[in-house]
Design a protein around this ligand. Structure first.
Ligand SMILES: [Zn+2]
Length: 321
């Protein structure tokens, strides 16, 4: 394993990040709100099952972030879908425009995290490139993923969040960023990400459903705890600054062990299917959404989650966080 320079300063560079990393309290500072921007969208479209979450245009996302800032949210995780998909060469012009437009508008009032993956770019919807035998072409996949991460950093993204689960991607991205003078740009790695049934509403929102097969070749098997822990250790060794488990509630048993083994902070992603389950149950009069969300967030926190990515981050402040 080639060594990369460890930089503890990366996570101390601004107040929003320092608040995010504080361990002794639990407030709206610890929440991350996903934001979906799609090049084909003119008017906001509500995401099925995710109450008050929309797929938006650039202008729509700026209005939404502005309103979320008033509700105390300072961390946003951006998912960008371009109109044109491809199997090998990717045009990142729209991505750069989204990131730079949002950063120009809000500057250092927010930390903009960008999800780095190939699935919203590829015509087949997988998180990787394939060779002629339909096997994962890892070398070219890592090259593309690292280029995407670099272009997001250049456009002004504050945090790079690779979600692809490809072997070696964190090291490849870290080296690419370091070589181009982005050595202070933190990588928050989706380090323990399961192949899960709970991603349904998201795939519609990010237009990233695979057109053939599934993602079991590269995402984790929920039956295997040791592999799940090992995946996070690997990202830590490759230079990730923070880690993540995903889905949220079905991964809480892993958080403390990953923290202990890596000495890195670990966040929990309350994924779309988990969130939609609560929204739809409320719609049927079966539970109270806010109270149920509060319970799930406290459970994630109790299990050791340092930060929580949730479609309800914008509700946290009015719920007393
Ligand atoms: Zn992906």
């Amino acid at each position: 394993m080639e060594r990369v320079e460890k930089k503890l300063h990366r996570l101390k560079s601004n107040q929003i990040l320092r608040d995010l990393c504080s361990e002794t309290n639990f407030s709206v500072s610890h929440f991350v709100q996903p934001v979906f921007v799609n090049e084909s969208i003119i008017n906001n479209e509500e995401i099925l099952g995710l109450k008050d979450n929309f797929v938006m245009s650039i202008e729509g996302s700026i209005k939404q972030i502005d309103s979320d800032i008033a509700k105390g949210v300072r961390n946003f995780l951006l998912f960008i879908s371009p109109q044109k998909k491809s199997s090998k060469s990717f045009n990142l012009g729209f991505h750069q425009k989204v990131i730079s437009s949002i950063k120009e508008e809000f500057k250092d009032d927010i930390n903009l995290w960008t999800d780095v993956c190939l699935c919203s770019l590829t015509d087949h919807g997988h998180c990787c490139l394939f060779d002629n035998n339909q096997s994962i072409d890892l070398d070219n996949t890592l090259k593309e993923i690292s280029n995407i991460a670099l272009s997001y950093a250049e456009a002004g993204s504050d945090i790079i969040a690779p979600s692809d689960m490809m072997d070696g991607r964190t090291l490849s991205i870290r080296k690419t960023l370091d070589n181009k003078k982005f050595s202070m740009k933190p990588i928050v790695s989706y380090s323990t990400k399961f192949s899960s049934n709970f991603y349904g509403p998201f795939r519609e929102a990010a237009s990233s459903a695979p057109s053939f097969g599934d993602r079991k070749q590269y995402q984790l098997d929920y039956r295997s705890k040791s592999e799940a822990i090992r995946a996070s250790i690997r990202c830590a060794e490759e230079g990730a600054d923070m880690l993540m488990v995903k889905p949220g509630l079905t991964s809480i048993d892993l958080i403390n062990e990953i923290r202990e083994k890596t000495n890195l902070m670990v966040g929990s992603y309350q994924v779309s299917g988990e969130y939609a389950g609560l929204c739809l149950s409320e719609e049927k009069g079966l539970l109270n959404l806010n109270e149920s969300l509060k319970e799930t967030w406290h459970v994630m926190r109790r299990a050791g989650a340092q930060y929580i990515i949730t479609y309800g981050a914008r509700l946290a402040k009015e719920m007393g966080f």
